[in-house]
Each structure stands twice: as structure tokens, then as C-alpha cells.
Design a protein around this ligand. Sequence first.
Ligand code: DQA
Length: 161
Amino acid sequence: MKIVVIQGPNLNMLGVREQNIYGPMKLEQIHAQMKDVATQNGVEIEFFQSNLEGEIVDKVQECYGDAQGIIINAAAYTHTSIAIRDAISAVSIPTIEVHISNIHRREEFRKENMLAPVCASSIVGFGPFGYHLAMMGMLQILNELKAAQEAHQKAQEEAQA
Ligand code: DQA
């Protein structure tokens, strides 16, 4: 099982940008914690960050046939990108979106969310801990997926016997 973590524009600036909103933690530290959780649970994990919308679309498409779960913080593109939304919809891979800040308590333009309707879940406002919660949620989704696949296989084997 493989999870791909996709980080959008300006998240490479975590630890520097608006610390009063996003806190002091750097992206590498967040990823190190997620990697630990993945390793403990025997799951492969890959990290990707881009400031470019098209590269994020490409990365979501690359997940098709390669990953079983996506965790994405599309950052500002969350509020504008029909292209990223369509890519998530196209690949049909369970996706959890994360926002470090509570986007509902901020400027009006952050209340628009193009991605939430095509995601399994949205986690907002927990700071970097939101990524840990997303990992927990994704592991649960993957366990359910695995159990459903095993049940399906067993039923097929029984039908053939
Ligand atoms: C963000 C919220 C977005 O509105 C903003 O553009 C970001 C970060 C968050 O994690 O809180 O860059 O996605």
C-alpha cells in the first residue's frame, strides 16, 4: 500500500511564512513525522511539493495505478483549481485534504473550496497535527479497502470451489 502526500504553493516556506498562522514547523519536520507513522504501519509513502498547478495535476495523475491514498494540501489552489479537482475526481483514489489553518475562520475567499467535494475528508485548523490526523484517517481507509479486497477474493474462491 502506498500513500502520496502532495503539498501546494508556499508550503515549502513553512517555518518562515506567517508563523502566527502556520506555526514554526518546517515541511521537512512534518514529513519526517508522517514517514515514521507510515514505517510503523508498513505503508510506503512519497512526498511531493510544487508551486505550480500543472505539476500538481501531473502528480495526481501519476498516482493512478501507483498509490492507494492521497493526502493533499493544495494551499491557495484549493480555492481556485478546477483542474486539481478534476484530476482527483479522475483518478478515483481516496483523498484527504488538509489545511493547517482553519480556512473557514479566515478571509471570505478561503471559504470557497474546489477540492472538498471530491475528497473523502477535509481536516482543517489543527495546525501541523492535521497531517498526523490525515495519516490516521488514511490508514483506516486503507485497512477497510484491504479488508474489502480480501473478502471479495475469498467470496470468489468459494464460488469457484
Ligand atoms: C492553507 C490555507 C490556504 O488558504 C492558504 O492559501 C495556504 C495554506 C493551510 O494549510 O491552512 O497556503 O492551505
